[in-house]
Design a protein around this ligand. Structure first.
Ligand code: ADP
Ligand code: ASP
Ligand code: MG
Length: 416
């Protein structure tokens, strides 16, 4: 059972979580719980790190991790106390105590190995509930605390589920499942009963923040059944061994009803860069994207078209918004080697992505979107497609309109 930030926002909510856990224990299950920091706690810790810097621009990621990992430790201890208060045998665990071993990429470490033996032994011998601090791990060689990147408690939960051979990994959050798009933005979004790992992976990496991308990857590799559900359902209303509302993330084979489009994701975390009037000759793309790759900048969409002078080409591409300035600097530095007239950029852009495994066998799905957006006078700046998704870059101001338009177009709106 994993509980996110809003589900443990205060002592009252933590007590509610304890009742959810008690319900499962009373139903005869052995339970490991993974908790996030209390809502807002991680943001506050990150802000303190930023404020502590005056002269240097980047802080030491090892110390960032030492600070931000503390949020989850507080919740783990508090939930253990609350469970004990309900006469349930419970013990908290920090990442280093299991341990949860990770890479040394502080701030976005990858889980390498989780030792679940001690947890399993304690289930058997003492019926003890494990309460594990999410988001954190340990780098073995240096012995230092690491964190897994924002939203990383989802990944802790799936990794622990795999390590203890759990029947299921329940992700309790503030919505009762995975929706066709963010229900906060489109009230007519529908809850999906089931979603395939591959689709969830695309939804998550293209902006649906309900699950961290890495957690879905791990679930897919280790075949962990992930069930996304609400912590706001009252524990006393849930029937033991019943069928609560939620979304099962599972293998494609387990999904009967296959829609062409399953969901729509969007992200405002992108920036656009256009290099104007580049010579149209071999080696130019290498001169541009080589230095960006060397600078560890992830280029996503790439479009090349004829410049206004009719002789040269314009190259447009997107990068993560956080890398925008660095990308501009990198291209400016390589100006000699590339040879261009002007460098333009924009950060007020949004990427809208349409996802569905049904697209493999249906042609013309993207074409429908182009006409629907044209009817609404929404200009498309760039397009990318792959087997089960396509993405469109538009002006950020039209994000909601575009998402709603496409949501209706593909028949995803729930009945009024
Ligand atoms: P937690 O704190 O429990 O980890 P998050 O805030 O990380 O919760 O994730 C839940 C939020 O994800 C929801 O409140 C919702 O606004 C957002 N979200 C974005 N896309 C979707 C989607 N397709 N389905 C459900 N929720 C989504
Ligand atoms: N507390 C961390 C965050 O806010 C991890 C998580 O909640 O999953 O990003
Ligand atoms: Mg989350």
């Amino acid at each position: 059972m994993k509980f996110g930030g809003t589900s443990v926002a205060d002592i009252g909510r933590i007590r509610n979580v304890a009742h959810h856990v008690k319900r499962e224990v009373d139903a005869g299950h052995e339970v490991a719980v993974v908790v996030s920091a209390m809502s807002g706690a991680t943001d506050r810790l990150v802000k303190w790190c930023e404020e502590a810097l005056k002269e240097r621009r980047i802080f030491d990621a090892r110390e960032y991790d030492a600070v931000v990992a503390t949020g989850e430790q507080v919740t783990a201890g508090l939930l253990a106390i609350t469970l004990q208060d309900l006469n349930i045998n419970a013990r908290s665990w920090q990442g280093w105590q299991l341990p949860i071993l990770t890479s040394d990429t502080h701030g976005s470490a990858r889980i390498l190995d989780v030792n679940g033996d001690e947890l399993i032994r304690r289930f058997k011998e003492r019926k003890e509930v494990a309460v594990v601090a999410g988001f954190q791990g340990l780098h073995k060689e240096t012995g230092r605390i690491t964190t897994l990147g924002r939203g990383g408690s989802d990944t802790s939960a799936v990794a622990i589920a795999a390590a203890i051979h759990a029947e299921r990994c329940d992700i309790y959050t503030d919505v009762d499942g995975v929706y066709t798009t963010d229900p906060r933005v489109v009230p007519r979004a529908r809850r999906l009963e089931r979603v395939a790992f591959e689709e969830m992976l695309e939804l998550a990496s293209l902006g649906a923040k309900v699950m961290q991308v890495r957690s879905v990857e791990l679930g897919m590799v280790h075949n962990v059944r992930i069930f996304v559900r609400s912590s706001f359902d009252r524990p006393q209303d849930i029937v033991p061994h019943g069928n609560p509302p939620g979304t099962l993330i599972c293998d494609e084979d387990e999904i009967m009803e296959k829609q062409t489009v399953t969901g729509i994701a969007f992200s405002r975390d992108e920036a656009q860069i256009s290099i104007r009037q580049v010579q149209d000759k071999p080696g130019v793309a290498a001169a541009i994207f080589g230095p960006l790759a060397d600078a560890n900048i992830n280029v996503d969409m790439i479009v090349q078209n004829v410049s206004s002078d009719g002789k040269t080409t314009d190259l447009t591409f997107t990068v993560p918004a956080a890398d925008y300035q660095r990308s501009l600097d990198t291209i400016a530095k390589a100006k000699q080697a590339i040879g261009y007239a002007r460098l333009d950029g924009a950060t007020d852009v949004a990427k809208i992505s349409v996802i569905g495994i049904g697209m493999r066998s249906h042609a013309g799905v993207a074409a429908q979107a182009f006409s629907a957006l044209a009817e609404r006078s929404i200009n498309i700046r760039a397009i990318t497609t792959s087997e089960i998704k396509f993405s469109l870059l538009i002006d950020a101001a039209f994000t909601e309109l575009a998402v709603r338009t496409l949501h209706a177009l593909y028949g995803l709106d729930k009945a009024a």
